[in-house]
Design a protein around this ligand. Structure first.
Ligand code: ATP
Length: 342
């Protein structure tokens, strides 16, 4: 097992800095996710780790050793891509065995034994003789995972492996991937644009934006204490409200937004952006009270997403009961508001 260190990594394509000074260390055995919108540089970063791209600056180190000049097949990584990329003319077993073309199975077991073991691991026992075309998308992706894991790599790289699957299959497969990752204790770098997926499977995530890492942290930290406006808006549903803060005499501050205002527990002054999570807001009285106009509600099954207008600012509220459209009061405690760092 091994750590993966990205140190000042840069990759340029003409005028585009696809990866712009990225430094993160993925710990040994960690499930680490690169998340961000399309074009932010996730895939390029993964390709730099895999060795399919060479950096224009910086270095990728595995367990402290530079990978400069080391070709992909010698990097001890297993890779699963978005497309299943199984060979259609080979059986499932042959596809998994293909993963052993550069390296014998670990622990001196035979290829057939190793293939059987891996198919067991991905919950496809005895499927060796099937054709890939006879498998569902989720099953094909599990075969691709088995193939990537066949040589017993130290690092597993996953590039949007579930994006071609429907929502339910995606959820099942991500549970499986997580379980296998834990079982093998394999250092994993996962790329996804889906922030919910990132939060649900990762030990830590790096939120990327325009080639740079905006924040690295546990899913909870990134969600609850976003380091920037971009992170606050990208991770989860959120309200980010711009206002002008002035300290209160007792504690905290008052944030003026146009002619209205609310209190926050933090001391702040001047122009601020405040993150108000929709689930921290409710309808009723107490704490801060904002007079809003309820515009519409969407039923999500376990909650309603209620769209409100607060003096020209849109506020999203997540509650278990939806008020009728019209005037209402939204309430939240000052502690629920998070003043974003500059
Ligand atoms: P997506 O989720 O859409 O795959 P991403 O976050 O993985 O996006 P990258 O594929 O890493 O982003 O691309 C980052 C930037 O680099 C984009 O602006 C992209 O157009 C550009 N880019 C990536 N590969 C190349 C290439 N081979 N040639 C030119 N530009 C490239």
């Amino acid at each position: 097992m091994t750590s993966v260190e990205l140190d000042g990594l840069v990759r340029e394509f003409g005028p585009t800095r696809a990866v712009d000074d990225v430094s993160v260390t993925v710990a040994d055995g960690e499930f680490f996710t690169l998340v961000g919108p399309s074009g932010c540089g996730k895939t390029t970063t993964l390709r730099l780790i895999a060795g399919f791209e060479n950096p224009d600056g910086g270095d990728v180190r595995f367990g402290g050793e530079s990978t400069t000049g080391v070709p992909p097949e010698d990097r001890d990584v297993g890779i699963v891509f978005q497309s299943y990329a199984l060979f259609p003319h080979m059986t499932v077993g042959e596809n998994v065995a293909y993963g052993l073309r550069f390296r014998d199975p670990p622990d001196g077991v035979s290829t057939a034994e190793r293939v059987a073991e891996l198919l067991e691991l991905v919950d496809l026992p005895g499927m060796e003789d099937r054709e890939p075309s006879a498998l569902s998308g989720g099953q094909q992706q599990r075969v691709a995972l088995a193939r990537a894991l066949a040589p017993g790599p130290s690092v597993l790289l996953l590039d949007e492996p579930m994006s071609a699957l429907d929502a339910r299959l995606r959820e099942r497969l991500r549970g499986k991937v997580k379980e296998i990752q834990r079982e093998l204790d394999i250092t994993t770098v996962y790329v996804t644009h889906d922030q919910e997926e990132a939060l649900s499977v990762s030990d830590r995530v790096a939120v990327m934006h325009d080639g740079r890492v905006e924040q690295v942290g546990t899913p909870e930290a990134v969600y609850r204490e976003p380091a920037s406006r971009f992170v606050a808006e990208f991770v989860g549903d959120n309200n980010v409200v711009d206002g002008s803060a002035s300290p209160l005499e007792t504690r905290g501050s008052s944030v003026a937004v146009g002619s209205a205002s609310f209190d926050v527990a933090e001391s702040a002054s001047g122009n601020v952006a405040v993150s108000l999570r929709p689930e921290a807001l409710s309808f009723g009285s107490g704490g801060n009270e904002l007079d809003v106009v309820v515009e519409r509600a969407e039923f999500l099954g376990d909650a309603y997403k209620v769209y409100c207008d607060w003096h020209g600012t849109q506020l999203l509220v997540k509650t278990t009961d939806a008020p009728e459209p019209g005037p209402a009061t939204v309430t939240f405690p000052p502690e629920a508001a998070d003043v974003l760092p500059e």
